[in-house]
Design a protein around this ligand. Structure first.
Ligand code: FES
Length: 113
């Protein structure tokens, strides 16, 4: 097995472009896990009882196994978790479809999907 030169490697990576829906996935850095859209986990929000002053990290990529919160699975996806700091204790509704316009909270977008 030979080691590709920089030019060969770039050509091979660009040859891996894929059309997904109406998007082309371009992966110029060879990050196999790069994503253009988050995974939709569910079409409803997650009600969570939060505590005033606590920080929470909402999963933006949809890969986490501890939804709605980040478990580090976003590595290489191009997504980062979104911090939420509770101002008061109570129930808040974290987005489950990962397409809210009010990250990290539900804005009802799931009803249009
Ligand atoms: S696992 Fe999804 S943002 Fe971290």
């Amino acid at each position: 097995m030979s080691i590709p030169t920089a030019g060969q490697a770039e050509t091979e990576q660009c040859a891996q472009n894929q059309v997904v829906g109406d998007h082309e996935v371009h992966n110029p850095h060879g990050k196999e896990n790069a994503m253009t859209e988050p995974l939709m986990v569910q079409k409803s929000p997650y009600p969570v009882v939060v505590e005033a002053g606590q920080r929470y990290w909402w999963c933006a990529c949809g890969r986490s196994q501890t939804q709605p919160f980040c478990d580090g699975s976003h590595q290489g996806s191009g997504f980062e978790p979104v911090e939420y700091q509770a101002r008061k204790s109570g129930t808040v509704y974290f987005c489950g479809c990962k397409r809210t316009g009010n990250k990290p909270l539900c804005d009802g977008t799931h009803a249009t999907l």
